[in-house]
Design a protein around this ligand. Structure first.
Ligand SMILES: Cc1cc2nc3c(=O)[nH]c(=O)nc-3n(C[C@H](O)[C@H](O)[C@H](O)COP(=O)(O)OP(=O)(O)OC[C@H]3O[C@@H](n4cnc5c(N)ncnc54)[C@H](O)[C@@H]3O)c2cc1C
Length: 558
């Protein structure tokens, strides 16, 4: 066996979207990282077709995905239709101007976004890709973990025993998908929320305009038809995705059969009113969809974590799988860096910072997976009578409720590293468009120095609140943890827009998103934002409140 002599800080196992974003975020922190991936190429089958705002924002912090944005397309929204083919629910995905500056939900082709994520890696001399190796063994000791890797033969879909290497690392993150070897090696079980269905996913080029003449080209349709449930969404490059439930009695193996499977899948599309001469099949696959959440998100010693599909799986009805993996990556990257830079004198399982990864995300993900199951049961109902009752109930609700957006269904953080009791705690944090003193229009995060972005941020619309309110002790602590400060003046502010005050950068909001966020949180003047930048630690309306927030944070970061 060959031994890689390097002691890595983190070994990222699996180079899908979760592992790819994590490796970029860890690279930005200057850590020594090995990315271990079984296959030599990106998984080529149809998977993610929507990426949500939080995913774009995290990729913005990771410095990836930007080049892909012009290749992705906007999503107009969707319509659920009932057993009679008429609408039972509509949802919008708001067009610009967005309620925050990060990009709204966009249609993507996962394989192509993954290419873009991987393009970020050559920026880092200390991030090494080990492609074509499968993790087959894991030995956890107090100070490090040794991974056993085997050469993976893609054609045989098997590991080859004569090509083994071992890798030593301080931490391992298993981002190795639904069948995660890392999860199994640390003995973590998955809990099922009770959903196991076979669905076909079909990507086809639209050849003629009349191919989808019964469909609005910007819209998604979710056919809650008990005779054949399915859905279709537009994708970039004039491609359309169909996801179609296999019925009892249909054998999934017939649809995944290499020779005839793709054509059988394509034939299902005809059942939704599309003329097959007007589309051209690109690719198809059959998946068994599950609703699963891991019992634990880390090993007992907390030297090994799991993230993405390795930790939770859900059907794609809410478009949340990929973005949830990317969120996990953003929650873990700064925590690992924080531990390695500040806490190596204590064992990892004594670190509240590391322990809070599971505290925050297990309930959060259980909620999201539960919502996808709920949606899956709505779409996939096969009993006509139950479907008609469902349709009646949903039409009644549609009369009284405003059209909902998918993001309305996402939870807040309810525990972990947040200032419980503060109005902004655990809420999604806005990112306004701002003008810098030299007139440049930028997204707020882009005005801050790049690698330092995965740090806490004190931001507010009042110069005094940001620059004066922290007492000496808390200021020193803020400096010690590398936190940043930013004054973001309201859009109509005239004074004090000089570029910086006492070394703190000053920008001006283009709209009123930050001002409104703070106003809604008890007329707060400042927010302390967490290092992922997409969640708020807490908000304060006075110096005393802010000092209490930061004193609380100090206790939590042990
Ligand atoms: C039909 C369909 C539609 C979907 N639509 C959406 C959508 O619209 N939006 C959305 O957000 N999500 C969607 N998803 C979900 C999304 O595709 C997944 O959640 C996402 O790919 C998970 O990313 P990951 O990086 O965690 O895992 P994966 O992408 O599965 O990556 C895991 C990687 O680990 C590697 N690996 C496995 N075992 C080992 C080992 N032992 N050693 C080394 N490497 C290993 C694998 O080769 C793989 O590259 C969809 C999924 C499906 C099936």
């Amino acid at each position: 066996m060959t031994i890689d002599e390097t002691l890595y800080d983190v070994a990222v196992v699996g180079y899908g979207p979760t592992g790819g974003v994590l490796a970029n975020l860890l690279g930005l922190q200057g850590l020594k990282v090995a990315v271990i991936e079984r296959t030599r190429s990106i998984y080529p089958k149809p998977r993610g077709i929507a990426c949500y705002p939080e995913g774009w924002r995290i990729m913005q912090v990771a410095g990836v995905g930007k080049d892909y944005i012009p290749k992705s397309t906007t999503l107009g929204g969707g319509v659920y239709t009932g057993a009679d083919g008429e609408p039972i629910l509509k949802f919008d995905i708001p067009p610009p101007p967005y309620d925050q500056a990060w990009h709204p939900a966009r249609s993507i082709i996962q394989t192509e976004l993954e290419e873009d994520i991987r393009k970020g890696i050559p920026r880092f001399k200390d991030v090494k890709e080990l492609l074509g190796y499968s993790v087959v063994g894991l030995d956890e000791k107090d100070d490090a973990v040794t991974l056993k890797l085997r050469v993976f033969n893609e054609e045989k879909n098997a590991n080859e025993t004569d090509g083994e290497i071992s890798v030593r690392t301080k931490f391992v993150v298993g981002c190795d998908g639904g069948t995660s070897a890392v999860r199994k090696l640390i003995g973590v079980k998955m809990n099922s929320l009770g959903f196991d269905e076979w669905w076909a996913a079909i990507d086809a080029y639209v050849l003629r305009d009349d191919a989808t003449n019964h469909l609005d080209p910007d819209m998604g349709y979710l056919y809650c038809n008990p005779k054949r449930p399915g859905l279709t969404f537009p994708c970039p490059r004039n491609i359309r995705r169909w996801e179609i439930k296999l019925l009892p009695g249909e054998n999934p193996a017939d649809f995944s059969d290499e020779e005839n499977g793709p054509q059988r899948c394509l034939k299902l599309v005809e059942e939704f009113g599309t003329d097959l001469d007007s589309i051209k099949l690109w690719r198809a696959a059959v998946y068994q969809l599950h609703c699963l959440v891991a019992d634990s998100f880390a090993s007992k010693s907390m030297r090994v974590f799991i993230a993405g599909d390795a930790a939770h799986q859900m059907p794609p009805f809410m478009g949340q799988g990929l973005v949830s993996g990317v969120r996990d990556a953003s929650f873990l990257a700064w925590r690992l860096a924080y531990y390695l830079k500040n806490q190596q004198s204590i064992p990892p399982n004594k670190s509240n910072v590391l322990a809070s990864y599971e505290v925050e995300l297990k309930p959060f993900m259980t909620h999201i997976v539960g919502v996808t199951k709920f949606l899956g049961n709505i779409i996939g109902e096969l009993d006509l009578e139950k479907a008609q009752k469902r349709d009646f109930g949903m039409r009644e609700a549609m009369k009284s409720e405003k059209p909902s957006s998918w993001e309305d269904r996402l939870p807040n953080l309810e525990g972990g590293l947040i200032a419980l009791g503060s109005p902004g705690a655990g809420k999604n944090f806005v990112q306004p468009w701002v003008f810098t003193a030299d007139g440049k229009r930028e997204m707020m995060d882009d005005t801050l120095p790049h690698p330092a972005r995965q740090s806490f941020l004190l931001v507010g619309s009042s110069v005094d609140a940001v620059t004066e309110w922290l007492n000496e002790d808390n200021s020193a602590f803020f400096e010690q943890i590398g936190a940043q400060k930013l004054v973001c003046l309201p859009k109509d502010a005239k004074d004090g827009f000089a570029g910086s005050v006492g070394g703190v950068p000053v920008v001006r909001e283009e709209h009123e998103f930050l001002s409104n966020f703070l106003k809604e949180k008890g007329y707060a003047s400042v927010a302390v934002v967490r290092p992922e930048r997409s969640y708020c630690y807490g908000t304060a309306a006075s110096a005393d409140q802010l000092n209490d927030l930061v004193a609380g944070l100090k206790k939590m970061l042990v």
